[in-house]
Design a protein around this ligand. Structure first.
Ligand code: SLL
Length: 161
């Protein structure tokens, strides 16, 4: 299919992890979770302010630590506006590979990003204090996918550049 010459389209998204320590009151450990697991956590890819990304992002493959059963998790066919995400529990921090597959009309190859799962407070003293207060360890990043000369079929309404 034809590409649209001289045009770049920017698609922002948010990705990362949110972890919560198990706590009898604020985050009780579910039945059946291994005794050595200390945290629940989520890794995700979503639109900024939860805007829909499914019209350009077709599928996300999260590669977790090999110690985790079924460690390659593929999320696809989610409803518009939903989040590509995986929920897990564990005890250790590790690097997660996040591979993003674009809709075929974009004519773009998949892209892989690497993201460090954080279970423990980090950053400045003030940032650590806020994480302790909220009982939540967020490691979020912002990225922009740039579609250069995208295919015509993608239905872009807001070209920039
Ligand atoms: C570390 N290099 O030693 C890292 C490895 C692995 C974390 C961390 C297991 C979860 C499960 C889990 O949390 N692995 O058994 O399902 O800190």
């Amino acid at each position: 299919q034809k590409r649209i010459k001289g045009v770049s389209v920017f698609r922002p998204f948010v990705y990362g992890t949110t972890a919560r320590p198990f706590d009898p009151v604020t985050n009780p450990k579910p039945e059946g979770v291994s005794a050595d697991h200390t945290h629940s956590w989520t890794v995700f890819v979503k639109g900024v302010d939860d805007t829909d990304i499914t019209y350009w992002c077709k599928k996300v493959q999260f590669k977790l630590h090999e110690s985790i059963p079924n460690h390659v998790r593929t999320i696809e066919n989610i409803a518009p506006g939903e989040t590509f995400e995986v929920h897990e529990t564990g005890w250790g921090e590790f690097e997660i590979s996040i591979k993003i597959f674009y809709v075929p009309e974009s004519l773009e190859k998949p892209q892989t990003m690497y993201h460090q799962l954080r279970l423990h407070t980090y950053g400045t003293e003030a940032e650590k204090e806020e994480m302790r207060r909220k009982g939540e360890i967020k490691a979020w990043g912002y990225e922009e996918m740039v579609f250069n000369e995208p295919g015509e079929g993608e239905g872009h309404e807001d070209y920039e550049g």
